[in-house]
Each structure stands twice: as C-alpha cells, then as structure tokens.
Design a protein around this ligand. Structure first.
Ligand code: GCU
Ligand code: CA
Length: 399
C-alpha cells in the first residue's frame, strides 16, 4: 500500500476512535441461545433428535422422574434482570411443572410447561430471572414423576450495561504493530465493538504460546520430550498483569487467544509440541474462567498459499485448538478456515508474489503472513462476524 493510503487509513481509524468516545449509548441487549444438547448444558436423560422442529442438533429428553433435570450455563455481561426464553415441547396430556433454579436458588417454583399437543410442536415460554455478572446456572428441575417436557434451548437476553475488557493474547497477526506497515487484527477489533468494550491488545510479534507466557525464560535447549527448557516458571509481565486480581481479567471480561503460528518452529525457543500447546492453552483458559472471564480460542490466521487459483489451508495447531475447546467447554473461532476462505472469495490466487501492489499488496504487508491495516480490518471483521454467527455472549458488545 502507498504511504498516502496508509495515512488515510490511519486518519480514518482516529476518526472512528474519536467518534466512539462521544457515543453515549450502552450496548444494545442481544439474546444468546444455549442449546440443550451442547456442553456445558447437562441433561439427566438423553439427547435425541427424533421429533422435528428443534434447533441445533437435538433436544434434551430428560428421564420421566421428579428431579431429572436439565441445566444450562449462561453468561451475563452485567448483573441484573434477564429475560429467558425456554423452548420446549410437551406431547403428553399432563402439565410438566419444573422449578427454575438460578445459581442453585429457586427463582420460579413449579413453573408450568403445559401440553403443546405434540412432541413436534415446540413453543417458547418466557421468564425473568436475576443474573450475576459472568457465568450463571439455570436449572429446570421437574416437580412431578412425569419429568420435564422435551427441551430445545434457552435464549437469554442479559443486561449489557457493564463495561468490559477484551484481552488479546497472540502473535504478530494479532499485535497492534510489529513493523512499519504490519498491523494485526487486534488493532482493528475495537472498530467493531461498542464503547462498553475496551480492547487491551497484549499480542506480541514472533511469540509462540510458550514464549508469550514465559518470554526469555524459554531457552534454546530442548529436553528429552522435545520441548524447550524453561530457566524459570515466572510468567512474563504481560500475563502477570492480566492475572492481577485488581487490575487484570475480571468477571465478564473476555480473553481471546490466538497462537499456533510461531509454535510450529522446529527449533527453540519458539518450538512448542502439540501436548505442550494444549497444556499451555488450557492453563490460560482456566485462569480466565477462574476470574469469571470468558475465554475464546481462535485458530491461527492463514497465510496466503495458493494451489493454482485456490487459497489453501497452511497452519498447524488447528486440531489442538479444537481439542482444548472441547476439553474446557470454550468456544473456538476457526479463523484459519475463515481467513483462507476470505482469500478465496477475494480471488487472491493465483498470486505472482508481489506484495507491493494490487489487492493482495493492499491486504498483506510484505509477505504471505502479515497484514496491512486494510487486511487486518477485514480479518477483525471475520472474527466479529463469527462472534455474532456463533452467538457468543461477546456479541452483546458488537456495534
Ligand atoms: C415419548 C417421546 C419423548 C418424550 C417422552 C416423555 O417417548 O418420544 O420425546 O420425552 O415421551 O413422555 O417424556
Ligand atoms: Ca422424557
């Protein structure tokens, strides 16, 4: 990109940021759907899909017994009253009342789940409950031997007036700037968020998950397991700051993590094996969860590699990122796939290798990995579109 275009992009960004400051309105409330069949939801029975009309991949058919419950974990960005829509079907002839417990306390005793006429006739029942900031459990506990109605999902419209921080941990494709014209998507993320969300971009160029966490304590020596030896287990200042009880991650915040590019190096200090990658990502996820913050995993942004006229996948650690997602119940945004899919829709392939001109030159800085501001803006757009599409609670903070 030319210097002139670079400058105008910088000016546009400054104007957007300034406009954001005078916007007084808080985030609009957005409903988040929690499917009965998706962890961390639990169902004292079976997940089935034999009665059509459900959303997602199935519904909870709880055992027909008093106390055979279904439980959902829902997230509120701020404390306060939330509207809960419960979608259910009751093809029986009797009502199936259930206590609705919020964080273990009965909020609505023996709430009615009346017959709907057929197991394929799904209806929505609305309740108001009071939620804490962060994660809350909502448990439907049937009070009669008939058990629960079949449950499809819970949709929660939670209060969103709280101010939150979106903490970013990652490499140069996320970092605010790693070189003259290199811009990571983390710098552009704030353009898509309301003024209730502040991005703290702690991504640093060249880092694997391990060097991001431990910086210079990661030595250039490999141990017998093939992992880089640590000279100390003291965390780097950036992660210590994020763990700080008063000034670091707090309930309702988000921790967005994207590594896996530098980790693929065969040599230390960057090298990280797959087991170690999962272990370190899991530790970061757990640290966020312990503070009531919401971790979000992101697979590494794809480089531009072409096979003829097709942009191809090229990053490792995608499977391992999904593994951590499954093991910890953390959402994952598959930015790797989303990014090479974008390169295809932008027809970046075949490519002649010239990063100084044309659409590829305006998107990428000087190589196939690093973005210019315009490319970073589009990648941040992919991340935020996924937040919306996947109905992550963070969507309450999208513009
Ligand atoms: C039927 C129906 C189930 C339902 C059950 C019940 O077996 O197929 O989906 O859960 O009745 O009475 O609870
Ligand atoms: Ca049942």
């Amino acid at each position: 990109m030319s210097l002139r275009r670079r400058l105008s992009a910088a000016v546009a960004l400054t104007v957007a940021a300034a406009a954001g400051v005078v916007m007084a309105a808080g985030a609009a409330a957005a409903a988040t759907r929690y499917e009965a069949e998706s962890a961390p939801a639990t169902c004292d029975g079976v997940i089935e899909s034999n009665h059509t009309g459900f959303s997602g991949s199935g519904f909870c058919n709880a055992n027909n017994a008093a106390g055979a419950a279904a439980q959902f974990t829902v997230t509120a960005p701020a404390a306060g009253a939330a509207t809960v829509n419960i979608r259910y079907a009751n093809g029986g002839t009797a009502g199936r009342p259930a206590d609705v417990l919020v964080n273990g306390a009965v909020a609505h005793a023996a709430s009615a789940f009346d017959p709907t006429g057929a197991w394929t006739t799904w209806v929505t029942k609305t309740l108001t409950v009071s939620l804490n900031v962060g994660d809350n459990t909502i448990r439907l506990n049937p009070t009669t031997a008939n058990g629960l109605a079949n449950l499809d999902y819970l949709e929660v419209d939670a209060p969103t007036s709280g101010k939150i921080t979106v903490w970013l941990a990652g490499d140069s494709t996320v970092a605010s700037n790693s070189g003259s014209n290199v811009v990571g998507w983390g710098r552009e993320l704030g353009n898509y968020l309301t003024t209730d969300a502040t991005v703290v971009n702690n991504a640093v160029g060249g880092r694997s998950v391990q060097t991001w966490l431990y910086e210079s304590a990661v030595t250039s020596t490999k141990n017998s397991a093939g992992e880089c030896v640590l000279s100390s287990t003291a965390y780097a200042a950036r992660w210590q700051a994020m763990l700080n009880a008063s000034t670091g991650m707090k309930a309702g915040d988000y921790l967005v993590i994207q590594f896996g590019i530098n980790d693929s190096s065969s040599t230390c200090p960057r090298h990280v094996g797959t087991t170690r990658y999962r272990e370190l990502l899991t530790a970061m996820v757990r640290a966020a969860q312990q503070r009531g913050a919401h971790p979000v995993l992101v697979t590494p942004a794809a480089a531009l590699t072409c096979s003829g006229s097709t942009a191809t996948p090229n990053r490792g650690f995608v499977t391992e990122t999904f593994d951590v997602s499954t093991a910890t119940g953390t959402p994952v945004i598959d930015l790797h796939k989303l990014s090479y899919t974008l390169y295809n829709s932008l027809r970046f392939c075949p490519f002649n290798g010239d990063y100084s001109s044309g659409p590829v030159g305006a998107f990428f800085a000087n190589d196939h990995t690093h973005f210019e501001a315009a490319g970073a803006r589009q990648i941040a757009g992919l991340v935020t579109k996924a937040v919306r599409d996947q109905q992550l609670a963070l969507s309450a903070y999208l513009r």
